[in-house]
Design a protein around this ligand. Sequence first.
Ligand SMILES: Cc1cc2nc3c(=O)[nH]c(=O)nc-3n(C[C@H](O)[C@H](O)[C@H](O)COP(=O)(O)OP(=O)(O)OC[C@H]3O[C@@H](n4cnc5c(N)ncnc54)[C@H](O)[C@@H]3O)c2cc1C
Length: 381
Amino acid sequence: MTTLVESEEHKALREAVASFARNHPRTPATDSRRFWQDAAKLGYIGVNLPEAYGGGGGGITELCLVSEEMGAAGNPLLMMIVSPAICGTVISRFGTEAQKREWLPALADGSRLMAFGITEPDAGSNSHRITTTARRDPGTGDWLLTGRKVFVSGVDIADATLVVGRTEDARTGRLKPCLFIVPRDTPGFGRRMIDMELYATEKQFELVLDDVRLPADALVGDEDAGLLQLFAGLNPERIMTAAFAIGMGRFALSRAVEYARERTVWKAPIGAHQAIAHPLAQAHIELELARLMMQKAAHLYDAGDDVGAGEAANMAKYAAAEACVKAVDQAVHTLGGNGLTREFGLASLVTAARVSRIAPVSREMILNYVSHQTLGLPKSY
Ligand SMILES: Cc1cc2nc3c(=O)[nH]c(=O)nc-3n(C[C@H](O)[C@H](O)[C@H](O)COP(=O)(O)OP(=O)(O)OC[C@H]3O[C@@H](n4cnc5c(N)ncnc54)[C@H](O)[C@@H]3O)c2cc1C
């Protein structure tokens, strides 16, 4: 394992990203696309994509590092979980030469962005139940895609969405997913913004696909490749969600520590009271432990061990989400009334932190996975 001691290169990348993110204050009202493009120009967004297609030639390890530091500086980029981590990875690993040339350099340089849609209203956590269906037009060889998706992030700012469907002859039974690139303005591809109680730049959408006509080459990878191909993207998504949560947790914790050092209502600053200090110390330990698991998962993934990475990615996402929710809760509490003011910017993280407990796979589904896959316990569903 090379992950326990961080290399000089990784430390330098960490510092450079942190400094960039601190010096580019951004709120939902400011130009997020510009922030994304500036980060991309410095090589941060495409750090995991192959060098031959304009990327940095690194892996999920480096992409996590970027995402964590962006979050820790209070400038999280949710779409990093989707555009370079899921879509970039799937296209790099399974795309045709033409798809790679069309998408990878643009995803890396920030000129284009891709969203990812798998969740459906009637399937939710049970992705084996998805019904978005692709059928071939025998006359033209085109695909016609029909279905509904929910909670898909960033569809408005993404040039295309990578949509998970199933082919018509695989409509029932175990999921044999296939992935389609759907450009944003394709006729029949409708979207409606979902009104979320989330203070974030990225919005979530319900999508309606009504006989969306796509050329044959909109399909990424093999229509029979099945779950392997999908998990090539879903494992990075889980590992990156861990990075996102750890970054957010670190940000909240640093705000709380700063406040606890100064705020004095008796003789000593409130941080001298163990009732305040110990939960912050615990939050720090739990974030560090989660990061270790995230680094393990990223290392396994980058080393090509998809199966090992699957288990570690789930555990890392679980640990990071729990650590993030706890850190944010304790941070808000540490600030007393100020914890709930807009000025200190922590209250909105209470809802934001919960996202990593629900998405992309919920806490319970990870506990199910570990119960069945790791511990060999029977299934209830
Ligand atoms: C901010 C945000 C952004 C998102 N972005 C995207 C995106 O870009 N693309 C995308 O495709 N999706 C996205 N999602 C969707 C997300 O992946 C889903 O919300 C998530 O997978 C859970 O599905 P669900 O909401 O349908 O919950 P459900 O599946 O309905 O689950 C509801 C509750 O029941 C529990 N539950 C369900 N089944 C079991 C079981 N067998 N055992 C125990 N408990 C169970 C769950 O743990 C959960 O607590 C996003 C969601 C959010 C909140």
